[in-house]
Design a protein around this ligand. Structure first.
Ligand SMILES: [Zn+2]
Ligand SMILES: [Zn+2]
Length: 392
């Protein structure tokens, strides 16, 4: 017997690939642990978003699986601002597999995903090569599935374009760009893989075997079809509905992966590289006790702290909305909610969450020293020891 096959899945969708990923995190992680018990690692690469990243990171870490944070970006054919359907590919966008090598890379993934929604949304949240260039630091890129640019150009026999795009990605990611090899037994993949192998040789690039998992086990393919039918607003009875071409998009064992990419043809490199990339990716998320809130800087009036100004605006809003019917309950609720807010960026805590009361409960004069609208005597300045709130 030969040595143990080393392999890590670096292209895996989860339930967070909305209406396209049928792999529940808990089932997925359990299965990964079972199939690769030694040094298990897994990349999460959902379509267009990182919604599940923190949950995945926490769960995987707890289970002793190395989490690799990534996402499968939608890349606009040209500019993310274009609002037109593309010619070669449905909707004018391509796929690209991105993985965070370090925390900077993770931050860049977040920036890309956010900008895709804010600036590039047209059918899908799309980035483009311009912002990829801006946010490439700390990222590893794999050339992608059949829906990615280079494979699409190969399928269209536009090898010059495929090569030009490859050179562009190489310029962006340098030695962090890899050729992704998938085989689900599709004739298109056979054609694409031959050229990709040639490109890898010509440019001295590493190849990486992935399976583009969309569900955990082979028998889950049907459940995944149901999701796709919901997404495309059709039914399972519709013979024309959008579906995957086969049921090979599950989380394969290393041996099953090897069967699809045999040693005689591919050698060990596409497998070894998955483990090498998993080793390269070290993201330390500041969560739990190390959580840091990053609150945007807000222009403050002279002499006010953030907390004071927020409280002032809150009370102004209260007076505007409920000029005649403010009760003690409003005050209690406001201070309760303000007390829940994290400390400000300056590390300064919020002021004591209760106003100075001018009376005691049950004594008939249960009123805060804050102005009490409707009482006729409101609009006085708060005392210096109470919360620093003033009213116009
Ligand atoms: Zn894809
Ligand atoms: Zn994918």
């Amino acid at each position: 017997m030969g040595r143990k096959l080393r392999f890590a899945h670096l292209h895996q969708h989860t339930q967070f690939s909305l209406l396209d990923g049928a792999a529940k995190l808990s089932d997925l992680l359990k299965w990964v642990k079972e199939t690769t018990p030694e040094d298990p690692a897994l990349a999460m690469t959902d379509h267009g978003n990182l919604f599940g990243a923190v949950e995945f990171y926490k769960k995987a870490t707890e289970m002793g699986i190395k989490p690799i944070l990534g996402y499968e970006a939608y890349v606009a054919a040209e500019s993310r601002f274009d609002r037109k359907r593309g010619k070669g590919l449905d909707g004018g966008y391509f796929h690209l597999t991105l993985l965070a090598k370090d925390f900077t890379g993770y931050q860049n993934l977040v920036r890309l995903a956010s900008r895709a929604y804010l600036e590039g949304f047209y059918e899908k949240p799309r980035i483009d090569r311009e912002i990829l260039r801006e946010h490439a630091e700390g990222l590893i890129a794999l050339s992608g599935c059949l829906g990615a640019e280079i494979p699409q150009f190969i399928l269209q026999d536009r090898l010059d374009l495929a090569e030009a795009r490859l050179e562009e990605y190489l310029a962006i990611f340098k030695d962090r760009f890899f050729i992704e090899i998938q085989n689900h037994g599709l004739p298109e993949q056979k054609k694409v893989n031959e050229v990709l192998k040639e490109f890898a040789r010509k440019y001295g690039l590493g190849m990486v075997a992935t399976n583009d998992g969309h569900y955990v086990r082979k028998e889950d393919a049907r459940a995944h079809e149901v999701l796709l039918a919901i997404q495309s607003k059709s039914t399972l009875d519709d013979p024309e509905r959008w579906r995957f071409p086969c049921d090979e998009f599950y989380v394969k064992t290393p041996e099953e992966m090897r069967a699809m990419l045999p040693e005689e043809e591919w050698g060990d490199e596409p497998f070894d590289n998955t483990v090498e990339i998993a080793r390269m990716c070290e993201v330390d998320l500041p969560i739990g006790d190390r959580m840091v809130y990053r609150i945007p800087r807000f222009p403050l009036p002279e002499g006010r702290t953030e907390a004071q100004y927020l409280m002032e605006l809150t009370f102004k809003g209260l007076l505007r909305r409920y000029p005649d019917r403010i009760t003690e309950g409003f005050y209690r609720e406001i201070f309760r909610l303000l007390g829940k807010l994290p400390r400000t960026g300056t590390g300064r805590p919020w002021p004591r969450p209760w106003p100075r009361w001018s009376g005691r409960p049950g004594r008939g004069s249960w009123r805060p020293s804050l102005p009490w609208p409707g009482s006729g005597s409101g609009r006085r300045r708060p005392s210096s020891t109470g919360p620093s709130t003033s009213f116009p």
